[in-house]
Design a protein around this ligand. Sequence first.
Ligand SMILES: Cc1cc2ncn([C@H]3O[C@H](COP(=O)(O)O)[C@@H](O)[C@H]3O)c2cc1C
Ligand SMILES: O=C(O)c1cccnc1
Length: 338
Amino acid sequence: MLPQLSSLDDFRTALGGAPVQDQTAVAGAAARNGQLTKPPGALGRLEDLAIWYGGWRGSARPEISAPQVIVFAGNHGVMEQGVSAFPAEVTAQMVINFEHGGAAINQLAKLAGARMDVHALELDRPTADFTKGAAMSQDDLLAALKAGWESVDPSADLLVVGEMGIGNTTPAAALCCALFGGEAADWTGRGTGVDDAGLANKTRVVAEGVALHQSAIRDGLDALACLGGREIAAMAGAIAAARVLRIPVILDGFICCAAAACLLQTADGALDHAVAGHQSAEGAHAALLAKLGKQPLLSLGLRLGEASGAALAIQVLRGAIACHSGMATFAEAGVSDS
Ligand SMILES: Cc1cc2ncn([C@H]3O[C@H](COP(=O)(O)O)[C@@H](O)[C@H]3O)c2cc1C
Ligand SMILES: O=C(O)c1cccnc1
């Protein structure tokens, strides 16, 4: 059951007290994996994935039958600083495109057999420019976290979250810089494709934002309020709800992983139910994945967001589960095991 959230501390408490994997299912899945008709370890990381997934679902022989893809959209006050190659109105235009089935994620979610939901979060009320003040009030942050928290279908057995928010590689970079340290330039990339002057400007904006807010940031939720965005907070809320509901998550690109990082910097173990779907071409995604301790399933040079890389990785996880749960054991097939 998902508790109601009345405050940010409720969120911290629910995340900190979330249940862990079912160890009986982990042991059962590992035992089954050892009996399947293949040389030990021959399915590589697919074997680990199947055992991990079974542990979260509480089954030694799990299935994926109800994957959910959720795309959150938000607008950003920091766009006033000229941080994207595209104008802010593209966010709302793309939401309509999602609703009409015309975006990349529509095709990939359909191919993965996933339900897809789109939540536009107050697009007419962008966050504040974080170089001037906090991006969101505590109430706005709570509302965005709740939008994500309440959007997860408790009967889903796999969750993928993604975003649409022109300008949002800038808050994502600022969140990483505030949470993990280093220089603004280490975390700032080209997003939709800003030129060298644009990248220098973006780096300045990230550095200014982090310098302004660093002293107010004690955990990931503080960072989200100061430097985040509504769709970033909603992704964090949904990933956290999935943790509480023991629904495994596939993380998407740089922005999704920045949202996930805010959870990890709020509660240890907050991302134990998550794997990295892919490594994005956005410059700092590899470094961010290393901070999260996650190895990507795919690396295809994608730099889109929208949950696209994670939706594609659903097929990899489906492959792992199909082998794990569908293969015969040596005894069943009458194959000699040594
Ligand atoms: C047509 C279009 C579709 C997109 N779908 C995702 N993004 C991606 O690009 C944006 C982040 O890059 P930046 O920080 O440079 O603005 C986000 O909206 C992200 O989801 C898109 C961007 C565009 C232009
Ligand atoms: O890695 C991502 O998710 C990404 C990169 C560039 C632009 N939008 C999203």
